[in-house]
Design a protein around this ligand. Sequence first.
Ligand code: DP6
Length: 340
Amino acid sequence: METFWKSPSNIALIKYWGKYDPQLPANPSISFTLSACHTETRVAALPCEKQNDVQFEIYFEGIKTPAFAPKIAAFFKRVAHLVPWVYDYSFSIYTQNSFPHSSGIASSASGMSALALCLTDFHQELGNDLDNPRQFASELARLGSGSAARSVYGGLVVWGKHNDLPTSSDVFAVPYELPVHAEFNSFQDVVLLVEKGQKETSSTAGHGLMHGHPFAERRFQQAHENMKRLMPILKTGDLEGFGEIVESEALTLHALMMTSQPNFILMKPNTLAILEHIRQFRKETKIPAYFTLDAGANVHYLFPEKDKQKVMTFVTEKLLAYCKNSEYICDFVGQGPKSL
Ligand code: DP6
């Protein structure tokens, strides 16, 4: 059997930060699925004699990369109860990202969702009927990396149970089910690459530090409140309200890191400089362009498509000076994964 998927990265507006076994989120999150930042993964599976561990080899950008093996092995172990046939096959996994591996852009969301979609194809090919294959893929992806659960759908995607969203679940992500103003369908995300290379503290370690965190319970409650506040905003296209929540979520995420034990700081001086410029530009021009951050130093700059020209002039003239080698990636809200 062989299959091939392209799956995008995503950027959270309301952040997932904190989880409990087995990979269940401490609060609901919502993200834009992106387009330009994606992973392409081809998997070939050959029958083999049953083994205690799943047999596989992994090629990254055409080169055998055993360094990725522990993460993939852990993923196979976690999903084996859903796809028990994995022990009867030996897998060759060929994967590549559209963005440089060292760009500081996490490849776990796009990478794990692409792999999950490949396994879902095999699962069906082996005669297992699925009512909702995408949902199954999202559940598998979640077990690889929480944020990957959201990457199996395009547009706005929710992961984690919220009382006002009946289809939402902790087990898999779902497309955001309420009305969305057209403005958000073509939102832009310019990723400003402040810091490249390996982060000092991984997201997984950061999630762990939410156990016993002094502000954990209040934070989880706040995420529920922010999700509720966001619903009418997404419907009416209230960009100011949108930006207020999104920037607050980004700063809250980093505040949680700075107040955990041990604490850690992922923002760099250039991150802060960019945030200040972004706020100043907004004050001066009234253009509704807002920042968000993931668990790193890079800045995601979100704005409506109609303002692209003016914002890009500002990015080029003011913000690139704070990026490593003036590097950035122009991304936008995308349609979700594609079978290749
Ligand atoms: C800050 O999904 O990378 O990007 O589940 O341990 O793989 P694991 O963590 P991961 O965490 C992402 C956290 C975040 C916020 C978000 O995407 O919601």
